[in-house]
Design a protein around this ligand. Sequence first.
Ligand SMILES: C[S@@+](CC[C@H](N)C(=O)[O-])C[C@H]1O[C@@H](n2cnc3c(N)ncnc32)[C@H](O)[C@@H]1O
Length: 251
Amino acid sequence: MSDPLRPRASLRTAVVWEVLRDALDRRVKAAGRDALEVLDTGGGSGKFAVPLARLGHRVTVVDPSPNALFALERRAAEAGVADLVRGVQGDAHGLFDVVERDGYDLVLCHGVLEYVEDPAESVRNAVAALRPSGTLSLLAAGLGGAVLARALAGHFTEARQALADPAGQWGAGDPLTRRFTAEQLSGLVTDAGLAVTAVHGVRVFADLVPGVLVDAEPGAIDALLRLEAAAAEVPAFHSVATQLHVLAERG
Ligand SMILES: C[S@@+](CC[C@H](N)C(=O)[O-])C[C@H]1O[C@@H](n2cnc3c(N)ncnc32)[C@H](O)[C@@H]1O
């Protein structure tokens, strides 16, 4: 769901929303219900959870950060969907201390695997939270995109370090614990028993294009959004995307 008031922000999320919108439509038809049960593990302040609730779905957000949960509560209230959004303090490893297994039509795990101790366990837990016919939406930092971004910023040693490091870290100051290739993310999902239904590259160009080129030219943001949407589908661009999105269902 792109936000017309925040066009630059929509550049970062448009591809994911496009994929999610289709997945939601399919899941609503399959479930025979308009309101789905959604779990957003590591959902933070509700960047995805609140728009999902605005579509009428019931969303449970699990996050270890009290500040994020406070911001979530405020964001949900401002959007008029406080009754559809539930924030719970917890984490991806101890997920079933706070939510039930087999309870959700859609589980989101967006921007979390980069931080957790054991990504495989986090994905297994996300899958175990799904109803038998549920859908998993996984979004995580891409390795190649980080290498390209460090190199284009002139940080050549860091770019080479990220390339050589098994976790894809560019150095001691790197805020992320790890990054992934499309194959690694797909492997985590299939190892957890799901079938991958789509892989998309997210932010292939958006983070690399100087802001002045996007802001100066009328229509440039729309054209860039269309380019991102087209490149997201092409496997060759997955290896240079800032993020990778994997959609998966039970096979
Ligand atoms: C980059 S933010 C992403 C937030 C949200 N999913 C989004 O896409 O906007 C990462 C989130 O992961 C949460 N997080 C960190 N470690 C976690 C863990 N072990 N289990 C679950 N969430 C975790 C953080 O508190 C933070 O809210």
